[in-house]
Design a protein around this ligand. Structure first.
Ligand code: ADP
Length: 352
């Protein structure tokens, strides 16, 4: 900024000097030949007239030169007004050299960035509204059908079950959206507790029993003692989502492997299933909000789980990666610092 102000000041000084020089030269070359013809030699007005002449000429010249040099700034003022009205398509001409040119380029980059953020926000609102509307429409349909009457007891129960399921879906969607927006604004991992991560993962498997037990899924759990300091509530969302997905995308009777290890004050946990797998083109997007490999919504979900998991892992200073082959299964591998609160959570040796 200081450099920019300096260069603007220099531009102004150069403008004034150039306009003075031009007007001086013009008055010299125009007036001097005229003076010798019009005024007698040594007339009292001879030295004054070039000065007046130079002032009169300097005014339009300096106004032209300064308007030219102020043009990029004026363009930017106009563009800023357009942005404040919500028009992010506006761009300024990238003219000139040096700091002004750099400023114009940065300005255009900024508006492009703002435009794409706005597009993402609009996309999010559109998808969110769509995801919300679908269950509401079916709840309304079933409720109307029930009010009409004339249904058997079995039909009534079926419709009531649909209503309960769709309400559950809505409530799940709302809580995931709230969690994502909360964690996206959060900069730190938040309240931390010292606890055993292996125990937490086992508890999540038990909590999901109603989903895996009727489908005869088997868990092969190989978790050593994994003491850690982290945000328990957040990490619970991670395991519930990853194990929930492994269950959801496994074939009946399949095996889910949970492995863990600690090394250099970092914990690695992998969740492997032998389910349907993820196509390479889908793997790039599975962490995007609302992305579902199967857009038919045949498998229940809302495409927010992995976006939430990724954000939590990021907040904890960890990483998550996926390996998958369609038809063979998927492995999600997480690496987390054992102590999220440590100044440098990569420092080895501070944890048992
Ligand atoms: P949801 O499961 O609610 O659809 P997620 O964000 O958890 O949303 O997952 C996004 C997508 O990633 C899923 O729709 C699915 O296509 C794919 N996916 C995630 N986990 C697995 C898995 N273990 N096996 C196969 N596909 C998976």
């Amino acid at each position: 900024m200081r450099r920019l102000l300096d260069s603007t000041r220099w531009r102004f000084v150069v403008c004034v000097a150039v306009s003075n020089l031009l007007s001086g030269l013009l008055s010299l070359f125009l007036w001097m030949p005229l003076a010798s013809r019009i005024l007698p030699p040594g007339h009292v007005l001879t030295p004054w007239i070039p000065m007046l002449f130079s002032i009169v000429l300097a005014l339009p010249i300096s106004s032209f030169v300064s308007r030219r040099s102020a043009r990029p700034i004026q363009d930017m003022v106009e563009a800023t007004k357009a942005i404040s009205r919500g028009d992010y398509s506006v761009r300024v001409a990238e003219t000139g050299t040096g700091d002004i040119a750099e400023l114009l380029r940065s300005f255009n980059r900024m508006t492009a960035e703002l435009g794409s953020t706005e597009m993402m926000r609009n996309d999010f609102i559109n998808t969110f509204s769509h995801e919300f509307k679908t269950p509401i429409v079916s709840i309304r349909g079933f409720a109307r059908r029930l009010r009409k009457g004339g249904l058997t007891m079995q039909q009534q129960n079926e419709y009531l079950d649909f209503i309960a399921e769709e309400s559950e879906r809505l409530s799940h969607l709302a809580s995931n959206v709230l969690l994502i927006s909360r964690y996206e604004t959060q900069k730190l991992v938040g309240e931390q507790t010292v606890y055993d991560m292996d125990e937490q993962i086992r508890t999540c498997v038990l909590r999901l029993e109603s989903q895996w037990s009727p489908r005869n899924l088997i868990f092969e759990v190989n978790l050593p003692h994994l003491p850690c300091r982290n945000n328990m509530e957040m990490m619970e969302h991670v395991w519930m989502n990853l194990i929930g997905n492994a269950i959801k995308f496994s074939r009946d009777g399949g095996v889910i492997f949970l492995d863990g290890k600690k090394e250099n004050a970092r914990i690695t946990v992998s969740i492997r299933d032998e389910g349907i797998g993820i196509r390479p083109e889908d793997q790039k997007h599975i962490f995007d909000k609302f992305y579902q490999g199967d857009s038919s919504h045949a498998a229940e979900g809302n495409g927010l789980g992995l976006a939430l998991v990724q954000r939590i892992v990021e907040l904890s200073g960890g990483t998550i990666e996926v390996e998958s082959s369609p038809g063979k299964g998927s492995t999600f591998r997480l690496t987390l610092p054992q102590d999220c609160g440590a100044e440098d959570s990569h420092t080895p040796g501070s944890w048992p």
